[in-house]
Design a binder for this molecule. Structure first.
Ligand SMILES: O=C(O)c1ccccc1NCC(=O)[C@H](O)[C@H](O)COP(=O)(O)O
Length: 261
């Protein structure tokens, strides 16, 4: 069984448990639930380089990335340094994140927040809204075409944007009709963890201009980012490059200087 299969198996159990602890009707009563959302796509476009800066403590491919900084410090640092949006990993078992991290991030920035999660059930989209997100991630590798469409509609009904992640031409083709606001090309193969920017290079021209194009994972070289920008990517999801430093906000500031200079 691949790590991705294990994550999804555990996620199914976790979601059932969460549903029994906090029913949907309670989530809808949370104070943040009716908060007006902000467009992640517009925020990225408004910047010279649209970085979605990620809060990421650890991952299946890297045991420890950053266990020290507080969510508030890191998210404030990213915001002051010029991020276009913030991504918060909320999976506990494999990434050391939580919905409380999302809440703390919400309290620390007015930038659009992406709930970075393995979403398999509309319940998790209600949670995203209740804990302050503006956008959610859907991963084509773990959902059917029908599930993608249905989860996209659930997110849009709550005014949340959808970043739909693909890693192959086949996944892109069956994702295009789901109605996502942004398509993210993941440079990391989630089954082998191998990273190659060639997948961003190959798929870019197959994504219609009406949809925002995001390149995700394994980014850290300013020259490569400049190249992807020229190809048409308007946003870049980056975690480890910043999180592995003692001051992630400052690392983002220095990176932007090199990308825009
Ligand atoms: O990062 C992993 O090892 C990983 C493994 C399995 C599923 C998802 C995984 N990462 C989630 C992400 O999408 C990344 O955190 C995000 O794109 C940022 O990547 P990076 O800049 O390489 O930290």
């Amino acid at each position: 069984m691949s790590i991705l299969d294990q994550i999804i198996r555990d996620k199914k159990t976790e979601v059932q448990l969460r549903k029994s602890l906090i029913p949907e009707s309670s989530l809808e009563g949370f104070g943040l639930f009716d908060r007006p959302t902000t467009s992640m796509r517009n925020s990225l476009k408004a910047r010279n380089t649209g970085i979605i800066a990620e809060h990421k403590r650890r991952s299946p491919s890297k045991a420890i990335i950053n266990q020290k900084g507080s969510v508030s410090e890191i998210v404030s640092g990213y915001s002051k340094a010029g991020a276009g949006a913030i991504s918060v990993l909320t999976d506990g078992k494999y990434f050391g994140g939580s919905l409380d991290d999302l809440l703390l991030a919400r309290a620390s920035t007015s930038l659009p927040l992406l709930r970075k999660e393995f979403i398999i059930d509309a319940y998790q989209i209600l949670e995203a809204k209740a804990y302050g997100a503006d956008a959610i991630l859907l991963i084509a590798a773990v959902l059917t075409k029908e599930e993608l469409q249905s989860l996209c509609s659930s997110a849009h009904a709550l005014n949340l944007e959808v970043l739909l992640e693909v890693h192959s031409k086949k996944e892109l083709e069956f994702s295009l009709h789901a109605g996502a606001d942004l398509i993210g090309v993941n440079n990391r193969n989630l089954k082998t963890f191998e990273v190659s920017l060639d997948i961003s290079r190959e798929l870019c021209h197959l994504i219609p201009d009406a949809v925002g194009k995001i390149s995700e994972s394994g980014l850290g070289d300013p020259m490569e980012l400049k190249e992807l920008k020229q190809l048409g990517y308007e946003g870049f999801l980056m975690g480890e490059t910043f999180m592995k430093t003692a001051d992630p906000g400052n690392a983002l500031r220095e990176f932007l200087k090199k990308t825009e200079g």
